[in-house]
Write a protein that binds this ligand. Sequence first.
Ligand code: KG4
Ligand code: ZN
Length: 339
Amino acid sequence: MLVLGIESSCDETAAAVVSDGKLLSNIIASQIKDHSAYGGVVPEIASRKHLEAITYVISRALDQAQVTLGDLEGIAVTRGPGLIGSLLVGLSAAKALAYGLNLPFVGVNHLEGHIMASFLSEPRPQFPFAALVVSGGHTNVYRVGNYHDFQLLGQTRDDAAGEAFDKAAKLLDLGYPGGVVIDKLAQKGNPSAYPFPRAMKDSPDFSFSGLKTSLLVMLKKRGKPFGEEELPDVVASYQEAIMDVLVEKTVRAARESGITRIVVCGGVAANSRLRRRFAEAANQAGMALFIPPMILCTDNAAMIAALGEIVLANGRRDSLDLNAVSRWPLAVAPARGEA
Ligand code: KG4
Ligand code: ZN
């Protein structure tokens, strides 16, 4: 089934074409430069930039896939979670195309899309697996039993891991988005130079706000910014504190659920240290590890098209009055609240 996917939940306008689980095109227009001066995504700017880019991005995705609008058999779009104004741009474009072309249309979950990105490259994971979705807005571990079968095993109680990267970069004046800058700088540093806290060690849940505060306290005590020689050690140690808990809690959650396969996805899964640490840990634990290629970790529409194709093939059709949703938990933890 030839499906066009559209993604506009945050600061990337993206479109992609998938056919029978194979990626035919993947176009992403990033707004990073439009937001970097503000140290984070400005929702109003994001919506406007999506509007400017959406038509062009869709036509490039069709061109790259060497298909025309007339060839399409379905349209999938991110319905949520995300910035409501941003989501509405992609959703409206998707509805217009579905209406105009008389095609089936589905609005899918962005987090589920991140997980499904792992099905776009070989080897594909088999069910069940433990999935860590680690991005700018989420740090969740799920037991994935099948398509649409998600059980929440752990989640952040405050900041997401990506947020911990972005906020540290802001404190250290390193620019936005923080993850990429810190990833690069940390490669030159010593990850055990500074003792940053690892919070909630015995819990399946995560907490990163104390880590960010400890960096802030460190900076205040110093009274001046870190010098060029110290900075790589600071960010390497800070990053390692994030990695330690991500790796430990995900592997533990998998083991306790009797699962031997781990999927790691979302923007932070593009991190080079994360990829190495998870490879080592999975190897040691005798588990199989699946991390999508970096371009499919950060926001993209390939994952939305891939998920959309599965959903459409299962017979689901959404009506054209479908609305966007800013919050949309994939699963609810029985005793610990919402995802
Ligand atoms: O999945 P994503 O593109 O958007 C959301 O759904 O949030 O994730 C964006 C997050 C940002 O916080 C960004 O700093 C982080 O992913 N990120 C990284 C890296 N690349 C992106 N974090 C660590 N290392 C990276 N290489
Ligand atoms: Zn995302």
